[in-house]
Design a binder for this molecule. Structure first.
Ligand SMILES: [Zn+2]
Length: 339
């Protein structure tokens, strides 16, 4: 008898659960809506919402996979940290146009990083191409790929409510979904031309970031500077991802959080591949001179054929930017929770 009662309760609650979906979790589409635009209006930005939407509305999606006007659709519940309506991000110091026509419009998905500020620097730029590699007849320059990584990461961080400075900028190149990125030397350091001599180049970005940090440090609970590079080593060496930290504990701890989070993602998505990323201290001018906790990341070896395959694939560049964003959110939680 008792068992029967339990079974009935389970069956009943299983049947009843859709009834607990409140009125605001359903909506009618508007003219021209597809699943993506419908979800975006409800600030469900992450692509995993599409799958959830299809599961919830499997009997209401039409034969072409689209939405029907006049049909009401269930809206997937918000993931932890995501919010509706989209939070307003005020005083964002970076113009969205920098991300290019295709990527300049985006909604803020969460306020997970609302008290965080980032100085994102792509390594090299201007007269300095960084490492150079050749594929077929093409010459590829490290700085163009650094910049693409930097933009993808900066945009992601902004989508989670962070204040983000894109320190090295190129007004002509947004995020590029291309394998072969055209070379140019029009990058600037926040609008100033990048000088020719190496020490002047590094000093320029350090001075700019340190000036900003002086103004920002009282305003935010979490501030990090990150410079992105692609290493240039012996072509036989496959390296995945290397992180270098400056001589201070915040920089070191953040580097380890980044590494551990990215390691988790590799184990999840490419379990057979093995991750050989590493974290170490390095006495580099940039890391030594920057006042905010600074990290340098090397995304693979530009001369290694397998590393280069990953670097050239725009989906992979986006995946790495996504993993780094998650890692920064984890690190932010670690720091803000402990204060
Ligand atoms: Zn470099």
């Amino acid at each position: 008898m008792k068992l029967r009662y339990i079974i009935i309760t389970i069956v009943l609650s299983g049947c009843l659960s859709p009834l607990f979906v409140s009125a605001q979790d359903m909506a009618y589409p508007i003219e021209g809506d597809g699943i993506l635009s419908f979800l975006r209006r409800w600030n469900r930005i992450d692509t995993s919402y599409v799958r959830e939407f299809k599961e919830l509305n499997f009997d209401r999606i039409n034969a072409q996979g689209g939405l029907e006007l006049g049909t009401v659709y269930l809206i997937p519940p918000l993931h932890p940290g995501d919010v509706y309506p989209a939070p307003e991000v005020v005083n964002q110091p970076t113009e969205r146009n920098i991300f290019g026509e295709k990527y300049k419009d985006f909604a803020v998905a969460s306020d997970n990083l609302k008290d965080a500020c980032f100085y994102i620097m792509s390594g090299h730029g201007g007269p300095d191409p960084g490492a150079v590699t050749r594929i077929g007849g093409r010459e590829l320059h490290e700085d163009e790929y650094n910049y693409d990584f930097a933009l993808r990461l900066a945009r992601n961080l902004m989508m989670h409510g962070a204040t983000v400075y894109v320190v090295i900028q190129d007004e002509y190149d947004g995020i590029r979904d291309e394998r072969y990125l055209m070379n140019n030397n029009g990058e600037t350091c926040m609008g100033e031309p990048i000088p020719k001599s190496q020490i002047d180049r590094l000093k320029q970005r350090v001075d700019n970031v340190n000036d900003l940090f002086e103004r920002d440090k009282a305003k935010f609970k979490y501030i990090r500077a990150l410079e992105i590079h692609i290493d240039s080593r012996n072509p036989k060496e496959q390296i995945d991802l290397f992180l270098y930290y400056a001589d201070n504990p915040q920089s070191r701890l953040t580097s380890y959080t980044l590494r551990n989070e990215i390691l988790k993602q590799y184990q999840k998505h490419q379990p057979n591949r093995g991750f050989i990323g590493n974290v170490s201290h390095r006495d580099l001018y940039i890391l030594r001179q920057l006042d905010p906790p600074a990290i340098m990341v090397e995304v693979g070896n530009f001369q290694n054929a397998r590393d280069r395959l990953r670097i050239l694939d725009p989906n992979n560049r986006q995946a790495i930017a996504n993993w780094m964003t998650n890692a920064f959110m984890e690190d932010y939680r670690r720091v803000v929770r402990n204060n």
